[in-house]
Write a protein that binds this ligand. Structure first.
Ligand SMILES: NC(=O)c1ccc[n+]([C@@H]2O[C@H](COP(=O)([O-])OP(=O)(O)OC[C@H]3O[C@@H](n4cnc5c(N)ncnc54)[C@H](O)[C@@H]3O)[C@@H](O)[C@H]2O)c1
Length: 308
């Protein structure tokens, strides 16, 4: 069993850092948030104040600071700074220098190599990947990724901690670029963008087809279980004639490059694949997401998938 953790250090008060802080505080775990930018810390503090302004039950305590304090062994460090290997290497080395030797250090990288991130550590055996999904306080899954040096004890501690805060940790056997979720997400998007580029379908029809077919199925069952339900022989018959026609480019799509070059970055820029305005903004609400998650949990039942 792991010792109980009452405080975490989160490094990086950006999109993920703020939702990670909400998650911890809601579980009465106090948070020391470190970010080099005062403005990011201020935004974090405001978001947390707003989130817990009428909390009925006590929550953990938030401290924000721009630099490190000495940490003991009873803390977990969650690195969630900009997705840049050089920056992460420095932050992880700083974490190690400021923490007791028993401190578990996890990185929330979306897919960088755990070994490369821990390259400057003296004790890389206590570094693991813990890839949360946005918003971290809501989405249940967390990919747990060992580096070559990570001990099974560090993986167990990571999983125990994640389970304690209501997450569903799933452990990879090894670190591969993009881990599992981003590899699959990018495989799907490579084909979607190729279909748009070839003029097979427009954005609205593509979204309609995917959301109300594969999308609704995947909310209830993982892709492999879903294929079991449909029949593997049929899947194989289709695979035999289809794969030679699927997109297999090794570079990002031309359409995607063009959109980004034009500043069409999506809802935050007012235009992406769709045009967005204030009145027409249609983001998935937290309540809708919560309903889908609870349906998926009901379907799947309580068992986790640590595979340690
Ligand atoms: N945004 C997502 O949907 C998402 C989902 C899962 C994982 N991630 C991963 O989480 C991490 C953070 O992503 P984000 O979207 O929150 O990024 P972000 O750009 O919103 O925030 C990054 C924060 O890190 C801070 N920072 C940069 N260098 C620092 C340093 N040396 N010390 C302390 N703070 C520093 C920045 O000031 C900024 O506030 C990335 O590794 C990303 O790949 C992001």
């Amino acid at each position: 069993m792991t010792q109980s953790v009452d405080r975490v250090v989160i490094v990086g008060a950006g999109t993920m850092g703020v939702t990670l802080a909400k998650l911890m505080l809601a579980h009465r775990i106090s948070v020391r948030m470190i970010d080099t930018h005062h403005a990011a810390l201020e935004r974090c503090r405001q978001a947390i104040d707003l989130a817990f302004s009428d909390a009925a039950t006590p929550v953990g305590k938030l401290e924000v600071q721009t630099g490190w304090s000495r940490e003991g062994n009873d803390t977990i460090v969650i690195e969630s700074v900009t997705e840049n290997l050089a920056i992460k290497r420095v932050v992880i080395a700083e974490a190690e220098a400021n923490c007791g030797t028993g401190t578990l250090i996890v990185t929330n990288t979306s897919g960088l190599s755990i070994d490369a991130i821990g390259q400057d550590m003296r004790h890389p055996e206590r570094l693991a990947g813990a890839h949360f999904f946005n918003p971290a306080d809501l989405i249940p899954a967390v990919e747990v990724i060992p580096g070559a040096a990570t001990t099974s004890s560090a993986i167990h501690r990571t999983c125990d901690f994640l389970t304690r805060i209501g997450k569903r940790p799933a452990v990879l056997k090894q670190s591969v670029p993009g881990f599992v979720a981003n590899r699959i997400q990018h495989a799907i998007m490579r084909e979607c963008l190729s279909l748009l580029e070839k003029g097979v379908v427009d954005a609205k029809a593509l979204d309609e087809i995917v959301q109300f077919s594969i999308g609704v199925r995947l909310a209830l069952n993982g892709p492999l279980m879903q294929r079991d339900l449909n029949g593997l022989d049929t899947h194989l018959n289709i695979a035999r004639y289809l794969y030679e026609d699927l997109e297999d480019t090794h570079t990002p799509s031309r359409l995607l490059e063009e959109h980004v070059a034009k500043g069409w970055l999506g809802i935050k820029a007012g235009r992406g694949f769709y045009e967005w305005d204030q009145a027409g903004t249609r983001q998935t609400t937290r309540e809708a997401l919560e309903r889908v998650i609870s349906l998926a949990m009901e379907q799947k039942g309580g068992e986790g998938n640590e595979n340690v």
